[in-house]
Design a protein around this ligand. Structure first.
Ligand SMILES: [Zn+2]
Length: 444
C-alpha cells in the first residue's frame, strides 16, 4: 500500500516534470544548407539565448521578442556536409530549457585541389590577424603545409575551419563571426591540417564600425532646447595621471585606467559604453535634444577635466557619465547613480537635497524601463570621489548601467534591444530633469 502511494506520487511528479518541460518552449529547428532557423515560445520572457553546436563550430546568440514568441536564424559558416546540429534554448540567465538535435545539410566543402605536404620548414611565418567589419582577417605563410586547420574561440562562438594555401603556401582570407559582439577578444590556434599539432597561436578582436545613426535633433521633439552631454566612460588607452579633485576641494583623483570586463561577453567596459553612448545619443536626437559626446573613438586618452570641459563649453543642461559596474559578488545586478556633493560647481547647481532629487528622477525613469529579470537593485548616492562629477557646471551623474560582473546584466548590456530600452529610460530621465530644472515646459 505504502509502496503504491510512493509510486503514485512519483508518477504524478514525473507527469508534472514532463508537462513543465513540454510547455517550456516548444522548440522547432529547421535547417537549410549553411543555416538553421529556430522558433519557440517563452511567454514570460523578453530575451532568450539560443545555443547551437556541430562538430565544427558552436556558439550562442540572444533573441528579443515583444510577445514571448521567438524566431531567429543563424548561419553555419564552418560546418561541413552533413552535420548533426544540436540547439538548446535558455533564459538570459543561462538556465537551460529545451534541447533539440537535427541533421543539417551543412555547408559544402571548399572546392579545389589542396597542395601536397612537402618536407622542409614547417613553421608559420608572418602571422597577421586583423579586425575587419564583422570578423577578422588572417594572413600567414606555412611552408610545406598543404592545409591548415584554423580554430577560433570567443566568448560567444568557437569553431574550426580547414584552410588551403596559394601556390606559395600563403594563407589569406577573412572569417566572419556573426555571433561575437563587436570588440570581443578572438583567440586563434593554427594546427597542421594533417594532424593535431599546434603550429601557431594568435589573438585579435572582432572588428566593427561604430557610428551614431542620427545626426540632427528631430524638430518638434519633446526634448527640443535641451542640451545633453554623453560621456562614455574609459577608453582603450592607459590612465593613471593625477588630476585636482574638484573646485574648492583639496586633494587629487586619477584618470581612470582599469575598467570592467564582461564576465560572459569578455567585452571591455570602454567599448560597451561607447556603443551604448551612440544608442543613447540617437534616441535623444530622435526626441529633439541637442547632444554632445566627450569621445567617439576608443584609441585616445581623455582626462576627466577634458570631458567636463566638453559639457561646460556646450552649455549642457545635464551630463551623463556612462559606466559598467563590477563586483566580487557575481549576483549583483542593477543601476547606480552618483552625484557630486561638496564641489563648488555642484553646490552652484543646487543644494544637496535638490541635487539628490534630480538623481532620483533619473534613476526612477531608468528603472521603470529596464528592471528586467531577477535580482535588480537600484542605488543613489552622493560622493566627492569622482573628479569627472566635481568639475561639471550642470547636473552631472556617474551612471552604472549594469554589472558587467553579472552574467545576466553583461549579456543584456550588449543586446541591441536592451540597449534601446536603456536609451529610452535615459531619455525619460532627461525629460523629467529638464522639466524640473525649468529648461522646458512639461506636457499637460
Ligand atoms: Zn567604469
Amino acid at each position: 500500500m505504502k509502496r503504491k502511494l510512493i509510486a503514485g506520487a512519483l508518477l504524478a511528479l514525473l507527469a508534472v516534470l514532463a508537462l513543465s518541460l513540454a510547455s517550456a518552449a516548444g522548440l522547432v529547428v529547421e535547417t537549410e544548407p549553411g543555416l538553421f532557423r529556430v522558433r519557440f515560445d517563452l511567454p514570460e520572457e523578453r530575451f532568450a539565448v539560443v545555443n547551437f553546436s556541430t562538430a565544427a563550430e558552436s556558439g550562442w546568440f540572444t533573441l528579443y521578442s515583444e510577445d514571448g514568441h521567438f524566431e531567429g536564424e543563424s548561419a553555419l559558416l564552418c560546418s561541413y556536409d552533413p552535420c548533426r546540429l544540436t540547439v538548446r534554448v535558455e533564459r538570459v540567465d543561462r538556465r537551460g530549457l529545451e534541447q533539440v538535435r537535427v541533421d543539417s545539410p551543412g555547408t559544402p566543402l571548399p572546392a579545389g585541389e589542396p597542395l601536397p605536404f612537402v618536407n622542409g620548414r614547417r613553421s608559420v611565418r608572418d602571422l597577421v590577424l586583423e579586425p575587419v567589419d564583422g570578423g577578422f582577417s588572417y594572413h600567414f605563410t606555412a611552408q610545406g603545409h598543404g592545409s591548415v586547420k584554423l580554430q577560433y574561440r570567443t566568448a560567444r562562438e568557437t569553431g574550426a575551419v580547414l584552410l588551403y594555401p596559394d601556390e606559395n603556401y600563403v594563407y589569406s582570407g577573412t572569417l566572419l563571426l556573426p555571433h561575437t559582439y563587436n570588440a570581443t577578444n578572438v583567440y586563434v590556434t593554427l594546427r597542421s591540417g594533417r594532424g593535431n599539432g599546434t603550429i601557431a597561436t594568435g589573438q585579435t578582436t572582432r572588428g566593427y564600425t561604430l557610428t551614431a545613426k542620427e545626426t540632427e535633433p528631430a524638430p518638434g521633439g519633446r526634448l527640443n532646447g535641451v542640451i545633453v552631454c554623453i560621456d562614455p566612460g574609459h577608453q582603450n588607452a592607459p590612465g593613471g595621471e593625477r588630476e585636482p579633485l574638484g573646485p574648492g576641494m583639496e586633494g587629487y583623483g586619477t584618470v581612470a585606467g582599469g575598467m570592467a570586463q564582461g564576465v560572459v561577453t569578455r567585452r571591455k567596459e570602454s567599448i560597451v559604453m561607447l556603443e551604448l553612448g551612440f544608442v543613447i545619443r540617437d534616441e535623444l536626437l530622435r526626441q529633439g535634444a541637442t547632444v554632445v559626446m566627450t569621445r567617439e573613438i576608443e584609441e585616445r586618452r581623455y582626462s576627466n577635466l577634458e570631458r567636463d570641459a566638453v559639457a561646460n563649453d556646450a552649455g549642457a543642461h545635464v551630463m551623463l557619465r556612462l559606466h559598467g559596474d563590477n563586483n566580487k559578488s557575481a549576483n549583483n545586478r542593477g543601476f547606480s547613480f552618483y552625484y557630486p556633493v561638496h564641489s563648488a560647481y555642484a553646490q552652484a547647481v543646487a543644494d544637496t537635497d535638490t541635487y539628490r532629487g534630480y538623481g532620483q528622477l533619473m534613476l526612477d525613469a531608468l528603472a521603470a524601463r529596464c528592471s528586467y529579470g531577477p535580482g535588480i537593485k537600484t542605488h543613489l548616492d552622493g560622493t566627492d570621489r569622482f573628479v569627472g562629477n566635481n568639475w561639471a557646471m550642470m547636473p552631472c551623474f556617474l551612471v552604472e548601467m549594469g554589472f558587467m560582473s553579472n552574467k545576466y546584466d553583461d549579456v543584456l548590456l550588449s543586446t541591441p534591444e536592451y540597449q534601446q530600452w536603456l536609451a529610452e529610460g535615459i531619455a525619460d530621465g532627461v525629460y523629467a530633469l529638464a522639466v524640473a530644472r525649468g529648461v522646458i515646459d512639461g506636457e499637460e
